[in-house]
Design a protein around this ligand. Structure first.
Ligand SMILES: [Mg+2]
Length: 221
């Protein structure tokens, strides 16, 4: 198993794994930001083992639609299970490898994966409340935008937690789709997600990532 020094961690302690880089000449383009657990894969209790990975139906097809149109796809995932000491980065890495392999097996590719371990209830050094990289804060989206030259103002995010939608608004995205998979069907999540909508930030709803695709403008132009 890998030790932390071999893993793609930033000086801030955030996982930032770039899997595919844009061509050097490429102009900034909108990307599709995705929460992982409950959106791309089935929600589990702190998923941290490759054997727990189950792609949600249709998620690969939506990612493939972004791939074929030349738009980046970026996973942004809060991983407080690491901060709380339930598991470590090596387990996250192994789990994430399975997600990427299962998607690749269906012709769907992820450009970058960002994960934030910080949580107010965590163990040192992860015991930081309201960390700038933890959704609903925009740190992971902004870092991805810098590394991959993403046009944030044209980008969208899909999430099952209202905090995913909040991160999209805080990063200045065009919009978000709140899905009913994962925690999305909990009674307070959808109203809280919809409350993030403004004149400049659209919040739409769908049953799943598969059904979010027709709502996202750059996947349909
Ligand atoms: Mg989630």
């Amino acid at each position: 198993m890998l030790d932390d020094s071999q893993l793609p961690l930033t000086d801030d302690g955030v996982w930032c794994q770039i899997l595919r880089r844009p061509r050097p000449s490429a102009r900034p383009a909108p990307a599709l930001f995705l929460d992982r657990d409950g959106v791309v894969i089935e929600e589990g209790h702190f998923v941290h083992d490759p054997a727990q990975v189950r792609l949600l139906p249709g998620s690969a097809e939506t990612i493939r639609a972004a791939n074929t149109r030349g738009h980046g796809v970026v996973i942004v995932t809060n991983q407080s299970g690491i901060g709380r000491g339930y598991f470590g980065w090596p387990e996250f890495a192994a789990t994430q490898t399975r997600v990427i392999e299962d998607l690749a097996g269906r012709g769907a590719y992820i450009d970058a994966v960002l994960a934030c371990p910080f949580h107010e209830g965590g163990c040192a050094p992860y015991d930081i409340a309201n960390h700038p990289y933890r959704k609903p804060n925009p740190g992971m989206l902004r870092l991805a935008a810098e590394r991959l030259r993403i046009d944030l103002a044209g980008s969208w995010i899909v999430g099952d937690h209202a905090t995913d939608i909040g991160a999209g608004r805080a990063a200045g995205l065009a919009g978000a789709v709140h899905v009913a998979t994962g925690h999305g069907s909990e009674p307070d999540q959808r109203p809280r997600a919809l409350a993030y909508a403004t004149e400049d930030f659209r919040v739409l709803v769908a049953a799943s990532l598969a059904e979010a695709a027709p709502l996202i403008p750059f996947l349909n132009s």
